[in-house]
Each structure stands twice: as C-alpha cells, then as structure tokens.
Design a protein. Structure first.
Length: 91
C-alpha cells in the first residue's frame, strides 16, 4: 500500500461506515501499526478501537472478539491488511 490506498478499499470503507474518512487519516493510523500490533492481543484491540473511533462507530465486543480471533487464526501480518479490510467490508 506504499503507493496509496486503493480507491475501491477507501470507497468501500466510507460507504460501509457512512462517513467520509480521508486517505491521510487512514495513512496516519496505519503508520502506528507494526508487527507487534498483530501478535499482541491488547495492541490489536487498541487498533480496532482507534479505527472505530476514527469512523465514529461502535464495535460490539462480539465483533471485536471475531476480528481478534480471525487475525490470530490467520497469522495476519501487516502485508495482508488489505485482505482483512476487504473481508470485513463484505460482512
């Protein structure tokens, strides 16, 4: 995603959230993510919370648990974040 966030992903995020989240806001948040974020459950939960706050949406505990479980099960790395975003948008 070094060339920018694919327009279809950003459009889908904005459509799903019903908000207008800028590419710069997403990039700023993404800049805080490292490999430890995905391996440490507390850090992953913080990231989910920051994303929800940015989108001004509530994430129920059950949804947060589902996201954490999916990331842990997949061995998610930052390089496959785009796949996770697309999967969550379709839900």
């Amino acid at each position: 995603m070094s060339k920018g966030i694919p327009k279809d992903v950003l459009s889908a995020i904005n459509k799903k959230a019903g908000k207008n989240i800028s590419e710069n806001a997403v990039k700023k948040l993404a800049g805080t993510v490292d490999a430890n974020t995905f391996s440490d459950e507390a850090e992953l939960r913080k990231l989910i919370k920051r994303v929800a706050d940015m989108a001004k949406i509530k994430v129920p505990d059950s949804t947060m648990n589902d996201i954490v479980k999916a990331v842990k099960a997949s061995g998610m790395s930052p390089s496959s974040m785009e796949s996770l975003i697309k999967m969550m948008i379709k839900k």
